[in-house]
Design a protein. Structure first.
Length: 285
């Protein structure tokens, strides 16, 4: 099962094709380092039919078209750096940003950094500083804005080139991953895993009440998020607010456990759709 990029206007859409089931190659040439990410994006898009994961309602699992080499060279010149191979491959072979964790990947035109042309000094160096280190940060290119008001930056100059640093100046700094593809894979594995856990429960005969309770017990997943994820898997129009918030309650039992309660109306609708999904999609009786 290999992903193929289709260009529609100004967007690149990653989709699944099933021609021979023998090759896992893409048509991205040197972008082969991104093959696993592209395949996982296609899988997640196949599960999340109504874009229920955070940020998917905006990026819809789509990349912008790749940039031409002269555009990349121009941006590198403006920033005073040469992009690491992984970043060059993304922009030249895969797409000009957008789909990605949380708020997605910046377009090449929007990239900024912390004195990216100067050598990166390393996390330990900045941890040793007593004063705010924002004014002394070097060697970093900001690639993404993240959910908890921090940034994912790539080291582009000095040691550890290609490493991804999670940064909120004045609050924290740590190595998020050794590569950008690693950041994408971690995000995709988490989101795909959520849908596959739900599918496994549906296949075993679980109703929506049990699915919501087990997702909370096992993963601390809020029931409204689970309801929206299940609805997206079923391609059923069901919004986070007001639908999902009105369909669930959370109670604390005498022994301190949290009990998830799905309203009767929501159970009736969901359980009927789960049965149909189980029979028609999963092939169970």
């Amino acid at each position: 099962m290999a992903p193929v990029a289709h260009i529609f206007g100004s967007l690149v859409v990653v989709s699944l094709v099933f021609p021979s089931m023998t090759s896992r190659e893409t048509n991205f040439g040197e972008g082969k380092m991104w093959n696993a990410v592209l395949e996982k994006l296609a899988i997640l898009r196949g599960y999340d039919l109504r874009f229920s994961t955070f940020g998917a309602d905006r990026h819809r699992y789509e990349f912008n078209p790749p940039v031409p080499p002269d555009k990349l060279k121009e941006i590198e010149g403006n920033l005073g750096v040469t992009f690491p191979p992984e970043l060059r491959s993304l922009y030249l072979e895969v797409g000009n940003g957008w789909v990605g964790p949380d708020y997605g990947m910046y377009r090449i035109e929007d990239l900024e950094g912390y004195r990216p042309e100067q050598p990166w000094m390393g996390v330990k160096y900045y941890d040793s500083l007593e004063e705010d280190y924002e004014e002394t940060l070097t060697g970093l290119l900001v690639l993404m804005a993240r959910f908890y008001a921090h940034e994912s930056c790539m080291v582009v100059t000095g040691k550890d080139v290609g490493q991804i640093i999670a940064l909120d100046t004045g609050r924290f700094m740590f190595v998020e991953d050794d590569s950008l593809t690693g950041v994408y894979n971690t995000w995709l594995d988490k989101e795909i895993g959520r849908f596959e856990r739900i599918r496994t429960m549906i296949a075993s005969g679980a109703g929506i009440q049990e699915v919501a309770q087990r997702m909370y017990d096992d993963n601390q997943a809020h029931p409204e998020n689970t309801l929206v994820n299940v609805a997206s898997l079923l391609d059923y129009p069901f919004s986070y607010n007001p639908d999902a918030l009105a369909a669930r309650k959370m109670e604390t039992t005498a022994d301190g456990e949290t009990r998830i309660i799905i309203t009767d109306d929501a159970q009736r609708v969901f359980d009927g759709k789960l049965k149909k999904y189980r029979n028609e999609i999963l092939g169970s009786s």
